[in-house]
Design a protein around this ligand. Structure first.
Ligand SMILES: [Zn+2]
Length: 86
């Protein structure tokens, strides 16, 4: 697994948290990620692009993603326990 793929994995598992949240999440699990890799994967993350375009979709990490209209992706991963990230 490349470092970028690892960073993307951690970023998704961290509930699409920001750079610092993703690094902290990985660190808590013994995975050291480089800031550069995390930044790269967040910049390429489709979900985060979507959240940027539709800020009203943003939700606190730890909440189950709830589709508002038909056809939306529901996030069902269980990723607790979680800290406040903002
Ligand atoms: Zn993301």
């Amino acid at each position: 697994m490349s470092n970028t793929a690892l960073a993307l994995w951690a970023h998704e598992k961290a509930g699409h948290g920001g750079r610092d949240a993703t690094i902290a999440w990985a660190k808590a699990r013994g995975v050291q990620l480089s800031v550069k890799d995390v930044q790269t994967c967040i910049a390429q993350c489709e979900t985060c692009q979507l959240l940027k375009r539709h800020p009203y979709l943003d939700q606190p990490v730890g909440c189950i993603w709830q589709g508002i209209t038909g056809g939306e992706v529901w996030q069902i991963d269980c990723i607790g326990p979680l800290r406040e990230h903002r």
